[in-house]
Design a protein around this ligand. Sequence first.
Ligand SMILES: C[S@@+](CC[C@H](N)C(=O)[O-])C[C@H]1O[C@@H](n2cnc3c(N)ncnc32)[C@H](O)[C@@H]1O
Length: 236
Amino acid sequence: MTRGLSVRDVDVRELMDDPQADERMLARTYGRFGFINAVVSRPGRIYRRDIRPRAAGARPLRILDIGAGGGDLCRFLAGRLRHDGIEAEITALDSDERAIRWAAAHDRGAGVRYRCALSTELADAGETFDVVLSNHVLHHLDDRELRTVLDDSRRLLAPGGLAAHHDIARGRAAYASFAAVTGLLSRNLLADSFIRVDGLLSIRRSYTATELAAIVTPDWEVRRGVPARVELRLEL
Ligand SMILES: C[S@@+](CC[C@H](N)C(=O)[O-])C[C@H]1O[C@@H](n2cnc3c(N)ncnc32)[C@H](O)[C@@H]1O
């Protein structure tokens, strides 16, 4: 790991988090998350491993995606669930109104519910879900916010529920490969978006599995995955 990646760089701020961010570039960024996630986040595996096996229980299956961004994971899951004839209610939650507006306008018949709020508001209201997910959100948080989101996740789980938070794991290989691939795509597929710059900043902000293990309570399992992935998991 280079010196620059040996510690979490919590002082860098992603361009998409700037309230003054260029609207057109922000919209293109939300629109490209689906491509990035298809490559690195393995949504099909999330569905097969964590969602479909729970279909035998609660109906409708209630799923919450915290920090849903452009909502692509929710739409993907909605499509798979519909295909498999599984009744579900999927909530895409984001604290950024711009993300929720964009995602709601691009639902394309998926039937996802879009809400602008923090997870704490839902937990305080006593709402519960069978599956609580997030993807690429942990690195946006400081240690205190991370503990809050994990606490909220636990409170939001119905009996027998699963919380699974997925993110990039900081490291030299992750940084170098993301820089190489997005460098090739920066003038075409990723042009006029924040994906390349923010992705590299994200990796600098990301936790390693070891750092997460030192923060979370022992009931959270820390899993390493490929490519350069980390997952925090709690099953009630
Ligand atoms: C990098 S985006 C990831 C979006 C999406 N999950 C994906 O995988 O493409 C992170 C999103 O998390 C949201 N976010 C950050 N902290 C949050 C919090 N405490 N509660 C809800 N949303 C949050 C941001 O507004 C942003 O839209």
